[in-house]
Design a protein around this ligand. Sequence first.
Ligand code: YSA
Length: 254
Amino acid sequence: MTKKEDNNQKGHYHPITIAIRRINEIFGDMGFDIASGPEIETEYYNFDALNVPKDHPARDMWDTFWLKDNQKEIRNPKSEARRLLRTHTSPVQVRYMEEHKPPFAIIVPGKTFRYEATDATHEAQFHQLEGLMVGENVSIATMRGVLKKFLSEFFGEDMDIRMRPGYFPFVEPGVEVDMRRPEGQKGSSGDNPWIEVMGAGMVHPKVLEGVGIDSRVWQGFAFGVGIDRLIMLKTGIPDVRMLYSGDLRVITQF
Ligand code: YSA
């Protein structure tokens, strides 16, 4: 049997599927549950419940695919608000917290969509991983430990991380997390060994209060990371579009 026929018979998991399975395993070992939510979201969950006010410039950070039924009169903002393709996995934080009492720790791997031009690092459809942990003694140090452990397990080597101040309306304080590039990987921008991999922070008290969680008792951290970008860093795939091209020569290498 030729190699080609052999590949056809066995089939292959897609690199994104392989990455998500590994991520689920790593966080599963740290006691996280896996949650999910709808890809067609309401404006309420995607923006309002995350403390992004209607006229706030932060809404521009996520260029949005709106659904055509957006002229509906809005009576109950939770059920009838304008609908859109979710621009991030963060709305699942709110949906989960409405249904569960703390303490809890979840991850949410899933598809996300943005109305933007594609290039080597941007697709209109891509994958994010959301994380959320809420408890009585959860601190930014807990977050740092969890993120370092995750990245080290995912890349199979001890990963250095650093945090810089960053702004997301649903966390306070908010940070951008940089990671030192894995062994043998060079960036396009010369010798800068650091690369930004995710947004994160301590869940904003307004978000907690909005779902009925007392922010004087409970604190939490959350983070959001691009799964495609992690795969590119790990495998050396130079262009995110290759992951969605359906080209078997890419897929069969994993
Ligand atoms: C921040 C704080 C939290 O407490 C929780 C979550 C977040 C992340 C926030 N929801 C968010 O979406 N931030 S982001 O716009 O910077 O996107 C997060 C990651 O998604 C980016 O770091 C990048 O890795 C990836 N990403 C964004 N646009 C992309 C993309 N990947 C591929 N194609 C695109 N168009």
